[in-house]
Write a protein that binds this ligand. Sequence first.
Ligand SMILES: Cc1cc2nc3c(=O)[nH]c(=O)nc-3n(C[C@H](O)[C@H](O)[C@H](O)COP(=O)(O)OP(=O)(O)OC[C@H]3O[C@@H](n4cnc5c(N)ncnc54)[C@H](O)[C@@H]3O)c2cc1C
Ligand code: SF4
Length: 462
Amino acid sequence: MQDRFTRVKVREQDPKVRAHNFEEVCLGYDKEEAMLEASRCLHCKKPMCVSACPVNIQIPDFIEQVKNGDFAAAAEVIARDSSLPAICGRVCPQETQCEGKCILGNKGEAVAIGKLERFVADWSRENGVKFNECKPANGKKVAIVGSGPSGLACATDLAKAGFKVHVFEVLHKVGGVLQYGIPEFRLPKDRVVSREVEALKDLGVEFETDVIVGRTVTVDDLMEKEGYDAVFIGTGAGLPRFMNIPGENLNGVVSANEFLTRNNLMHAYEEGYETPIYAGSKCVVVGGGNVAMDAARTALRLGAEVTIVYRRTETELPARREEVHHAKEEGIVFSMLSNPVEVLGDEKGWVRGVRCIRMELGEPDASGRRSPIPVPGSEFDIECDVVIMALGTSPNPLIAATTPGLETNRHGCVVLNEQDQTSRKYVYAGGDAVTGAATVILAMGAGRKAAAAIMRDLLPEE
Ligand SMILES: Cc1cc2nc3c(=O)[nH]c(=O)nc-3n(C[C@H](O)[C@H](O)[C@H](O)COP(=O)(O)OP(=O)(O)OC[C@H]3O[C@@H](n4cnc5c(N)ncnc54)[C@H](O)[C@@H]3O)c2cc1C
Ligand code: SF4
């Protein structure tokens, strides 16, 4: 019998070993471990975990089925609300969502809801459990622009409701950030991401890669010339921000997006691929979100000594707690309360270091976090040959620029009304393209809301 307040420990690769490979860090629960962990759940009458889940998965119900060893029934409960459980079980920030509100967390450790979700999803995939019942075709056809979690979730719900769904993706692989951003050691591509995409193909969803909507074809072309009844824009927020400090154009300064895309999508780390990538011998990563942790841990695996420079303290770090913990275990150094003011170069135009200034925390800013203030005269240098900027991203302006009448806000995000419609009739949007950079589960939830709006508008009689 497991102690009610202590989690069943999940197996992970040894930090010293994994720091040199791209295999998945977390090995997940086996059947016995999952059932034991599930037995800790109190099946609360008013489960706070469910209301804290952005898509309201019926958590105690699926955990009950895990406890009973009926994993297919557990998968069926999850599938009612989530179309990407193997992904969300791996990358959702559970500590601030479901697990953050689990009653057991008041006295001990919250139930490992994410690890149980991942177990159920992996078990279902390995055992061929599928939930792909579709309604008969309803004659309506929808174009999805972008194949990230928002597009995939929207496509799933529409295909199940009998729509003909066609996904257009600019890259040569489907999955959005799941494919090009989040590294293999957190989210295996062939074993997990591609399999979730295959499940959508089983539902009849068609995918077309290497299509730049806004260049190859416009949103208006899709509706007027190609006969789509509606278009969903799930193009994410892939445009990297920089600091605009001196030296940022030196050789060796790169955005985290480019660095991770070369490594993940273009397999720079794998033998047999010739994608160039340079992590240097000493690498500084600027930022404190998941993107910064992923870039830092990737650079480490490529052989660099890595320092993360972040302008607030560990309390304010926006990255998932588990990723920060793993990064530290692997030997990444954190330089907190520091901010770069200049990238230093050598006579050949290559990076040789970063000049930083110490910060202290003042009053909370608009984000609710205490704002960092520079300490005058506290500059110091960190020697490095590569600097990776992981400072956040904005939506790419291409779709807005080529879709007349599509309203965006001052951050370039598509604006929705209370009915989840854009300013253009039969054009819908969701995910990072609407909110700015956020999370997988929020993007998935937004894709599902858009699907509901499309069904309501195109099939008002149902
Ligand atoms: C490195 C990294 C790590 C992250 N880690 C986490 C994490 O641990 N947990 C978490 O919850 N969230 C994480 N996130 C955030 C999360 O991945 C995103 O919030 C989520 O993927 C957004 O989904 P989306 O569908 O809106 O867009 P995206 O996933 O960005 O997908 C958009 C897709 O649209 C395509 N596209 C763009 N423009 C066009 C066009 N004009 N024509 C055709 N296709 C186009 C893009 O190529 C892309 O494939 C991370 C993000 C990054 C970058
Ligand atoms: S709050 Fe925790 S103990 Fe209660 S139902 Fe949810 S997971 Fe179980």
